[in-house]
Structures are given as structure tokens and as C-alpha cells.
Design a protein around this ligand. Structure first.
Ligand SMILES: [Zn+2]
Length: 252
């Protein structure tokens, strides 16, 4: 009784039927036809199978996302617990040997900065690198102060160097680290230009550091020779990175 036309109509309706977008009357007719027509039933089964296959990748992605989330969570918790144990062990050993808490403070601060860094990297979605760098900068500053305070006040050893050497050198190198990053953001530079500028700033950083520590003396011209030798490597590096950036841009 069912002619070719009927099959044509069913096949035309099939996508809507599979999506559940047909009226009750149409659905009834299609189901009735599918019960008798092997050809249309095959078309129907293929369509359902295709849709299942299309759905599958998103399910895989969901699973992957879930695994990543839990992995990050366990990583954070695990690191937190490990750090706590490490710090407690240090404090106990410190109390037993030195009868006071000294280097456990240093270890504690170091562990905390590493944890903070890992946490930032796993938790932040946007500006991961910048936030991680900020955490590292603050962590380094804290560590420096902890080392100074611990050694000078708690252990009664060494000199008070933090403001004479520590802070100026730290600020100098934070500048060397941050200026290229901020320049890159401001002017939308490529990574190669950022590294080239970083290399050039390293030259200045080295020079000023030597001046602060007293290795180089401003009036003494002899130090320029040693400085030029040191700077040569960085100059070549900067040039190589700059050229690489140009070549990459040109090839695009
Ligand atoms: Zn049919």
C-alpha cells in the first residue's frame, strides 16, 4: 500500500522526527511506517547513530574538564598539606637543635611562595603569567626580609644589608623583569621583542648591581672592560631574538 512517495515523505520528516520536533500525528505516522519499512528504519537508525557519535566528543571533553578540575584541586590540597608538614618538621627540628625557631621561617616562606605560585597557575584563567609573576615578586621580597630579620635579629649573625643591598638590587631586577612584560602589553609586542628588551635590560641590571655591591667603581675606567665582556653575550642574544621576531612576522 505504501508507495515510494510515502518513503520520501518519511525520509524528509526524519531529521525533525529524530529531534522530536514533529506533531503527534506525524510521529504516529512515522512510527507506524518504520515498523513496516526496513529501508526507512535503517535510515532512522543511521541518523540516531550519527547524532550519538556527534555527541560523544563533548562528553569526552566534559570528562576531561572534570578530571582536570579534580586534579588541580588535589594538587592544591596536596601541596598545602605537604607544606604544612614540611614547616612543622622544620620547626620541631629547629626547636630541638637551636632551641628556637630560625631557619624554619625561611623554609616556611619559601614553601609558601612556591605554593602560592602553583595555586595561581592552576586557579587563574586570565593573565596567568602576569599574576604568577606578581606572586613571585612579592614572595621574593618577603623571603629577602625574612632571611635578613632571621639572620640578623634572631640568630645574631651577619650584617644589616637589606636596605643597603637587598632592596635596591631586588627593585632593580624586578624592573628588569617587569618592564619588558608591561611594554609588551602596552604596545602589543611579540614575545621575541619582549625577550630582546629583557636581554638589553639584563646588561643594565648587571652593571648597576655591580655598582651597588662595589665590584665596579664608577670612577675606575678599568671595570668597563670586564663589563663589555659580560655585556657582549647579552647583546648578541638580544639581536638574535629581535631578528627572530622580525623573521616570524615577515613569514606570516
Ligand atoms: Zn519507507
Amino acid at each position: 500500500m505504501d508507495g515510494g512517495l510515502r518513503c520520501e515523505i518519511v525520509k524528509d520528516l526524519m531529521p525533525l522526527y529524530v529531534d522530536g520536533m514533529v506533531s503527534d500525528v506525524s510521529r504516529g505516522s512515522v512510527e507506524e511506517h518504520l515498523a513496516h519499512c526496513a529501508e526507512c528504519k535503517e535510515v532512522y537508525q543511521n541518523m540516531v547513530y550519527d547524532i550519538e557519535m556527534e555527541k560523544r566528543p563533548s562528553e569526552v571533553q566534559d570528562v576531561k574538564r572534570f578530571l582536570k578540575k579534580t586534579k588541580n584541586m588535589y594538587l592544591s590540597y596536596g601541596l598545602g598539606i605537604l607544606s604544612l608538614v614540611a614547616m612543622l618538621v622544620c620547626m620541631i627540628v629547629d626547636l630541638a637543635i637551636n632551641r628556637g625557631i630560625t631557619w624554619s621561617l625561611i623554609v616556611g616562606t619559601a614553601v609558601m611562595s612556591v605554593d602560592a605560585l602553583v595555586y595561581v597557575l592552576s586557579a587563574c584563567k586570565k593573565d596567568k603569567g602576569i599574576i604568577a609573576m606578581a606572586v613571585m615578586s612579592i614572595g621574593t621580597a618577603c623571603l629577602l626580609f625574612v632571611v635578613q630579620i632571621t639572620r640578623y635579629y634572631l640568630m645574631g649573625a651577619g650584617t644589616f644589608w637589606i636596605f643597603r643591598y637587598g632592596v635596591p638590587i631586588l627593585l632593580l631586577w624586578l624592573g628588569v623583569l617587569w618592564v619588558p612584560v608591561l611594554l609588551r602589553r602596552a604596545f602589543k609586542w611579540g614575545i621575541w621583542d619582549q625577550v630582546a628588551v629583557f636581554m638589553l635590560l639584563v646588561i643594565a641590571g648587571n652593571y648597576v648591581t655591580r655598582l651597588i655591591t662595589g665590584d665596579y667603581v664608577w670612577e675606575d675606567v678599568c671595570h668597563m672592560r670586564a663589563f663589555a665582556g659580560n655585556a657582549l653575550g647579552e647583546m648578541i642574544g638580544a639581536a638574535v631574538f629581535w631578528i627572530t621576531g622580525r623573521v616570524k612576522k615577515w613569514r606570516r
